[in-house]
Design a protein around this ligand. Structure first.
Ligand code: BV8
Length: 227
C-alpha cells in the first residue's frame, strides 16, 4: 500500500465477522437462523409483519452495540490517516468503521443504530405491530437502513462511484459481491485502471477482477497489507 496516492475500500459483512457480527449469507446464529435476511430486509416484510421485522432489527442492534471494532476496521482507519486520498465505502450497517476511527465513510446501506419515521419511505401504514411510533406524526419507526428494493441514500452511490473511478488501489474486503449496485463498484474501479485487491477466505464474482486475491480473514490479513 506504501506510496499509493489514492485508495478506496469496499467492505461487506465479512469485515465485521471477527467482531462477532453474523455475515449476511452464512447461517445466521441462534434465534434467527430460520429467517432469510433477504426476506426480512424488505419493505414488504415490514408492511406485512412490522413486529417481526422490528424485533429482528432490535436483536441485531443489541448485538452490534455489544460488538467492538476488530483489527481489520482499525487497519483501514490507520490507512486513511497515512495515504493522501482515502474513501471507505461500506455495505455494513453496524457503524464499526466509524467506531474504529475511520472518517471518510460512505454508508451505502444506512446504519442500524439510527431509526427514522416509516411514513417518509413506505407507501402505506404497516399492520398492527410492535414498532414504537414517530413522536411527530404517529407512524411506526423503522431502522434507518436500505431494504432490498429501496433506493440507496441520495448521493451515496455517486460518491462511491467517484471514489472507485479515481483511486489507484481498490480494496474489496469481506463481501460476496452479489448485492447491487454496490457489487458493480469493483468492476468500475478496474475499468478505470485501479489495481483491485480482494481480501476474502472464499472466491467471489470479484475474484476475476482482482490483481491480488488474498485468501484469508480480514482481521489477520489487513494489518499486514496496510503496514
Ligand atoms: C436497489 C441493509 C433500486 C439492510 C442490505 C437481480 C439481479 C441483480 C440485482 C437485483 C436483482 N434483483 C434485485 C436486485 C437489486 C438488489 C440486489 O442486488 N439483490 C441481490 C440479492 C441479487 N439490490 C437492491 O435492492 C438495492 N436497491 O437496487 O434499488 C431502486 C432504485 C431507485 C428507486 C427504487 C429502487 C438495495 C440493496 C441493499 C439491501 N440492504 N443491507 C440490513 O442490513 O438489514 S444488503 C446486505 O447485503 C448487507 O448490507 C450486506 O452487507 C450486503 C452484501 O452482503 P455482504 O456484505 O457481501 O455479506 P455476505 O454475507 O453476502 O458475504 C460475506 C463475505 O465475507 C463472504 O464472501 C465471506 O466469504 C466473507 N467473509 C467471511 N468472514 C470473513 C470474510 N471476509 C474477510 N474476513 C472474514 N473474517
Amino acid at each position: 500500500m506504501r506510496g499509493a496516492r489514492g485508495v478506496a475500500a469496499l467492505t461487506g459483512s465479512g469485515v465485521s465477522a471477527e467482531s462477532g457480527v453474523p455475515t449476511f449469507r452464512d447461517a445466521q446464529t441462534g434465534l434467527w437462523e430460520r429467517f432469510d435476511p433477504e426476506e426480512l430486509a424488505t419493505p414488504e416484510a415490514f408492511l406485512r409483519d412490522p413486529k417481526l421485522v422490528w424485533e429482528w432489527y432490535s436483536w441485531r442492534r443489541e448485538l452490534v452495540a455489544r460488538a467492538e471494532p476488530n483489527p481489520a476496521h482499525r487497519a483501514l482507519a490507520d490507512l486513511e490517516r497515512r495515504v493522501p486520498s482515502f474513501a471507505l465505502i461500506t455495505q455494513n450497517v453496524d457503524g464499526l468503521h466509524r467506531r474504529a476511527g475511520s472518517r471518510n465513510v460512505i454508508e451505502l446501506h444506512g446504519n442500524i443504530l439510527r431509526t427514522v419515521c416509516s411514513a417518509e419511505r413506505l407507501p402505506r401504514e404497516p399492520g398492527e405491530g410492535a414498532p414504537p411510533r414517530c413522536p411527530r406524526c404517529g407512524a411506526p419507526l423503522r431502522p434507518d437502513v436500505v431494504w432490498f428494493g429501496e433506493a440507496l441514500p441520495p448521493g451515496a452511490m455517486e460518491a462511491a462511484s467517484e471514489a472507485a473511478r479515481s483511486c489507484e488501489v481498490f480494496l474489496c474486503v469481506g463481501t460476496s459481491g452479489v448485492v447491487y449496485p454496490a457489487a458493480g463498484l469493483p468492476r468500475e474501479a478496474a475499468g478505470a485502471g485501479a489495481l483491485v485487491v480482494e481480501v476474502n477466505p472464499e472466491p467471489t464474482p470479484v475474484t476475476p477482477l482482482a490483481a491480488f486475491a488474498l485468501r484469508g480473514r480480514a482481521g489477520e490479513l489487513l494489518p499486514a497489507l496496510v503496514a
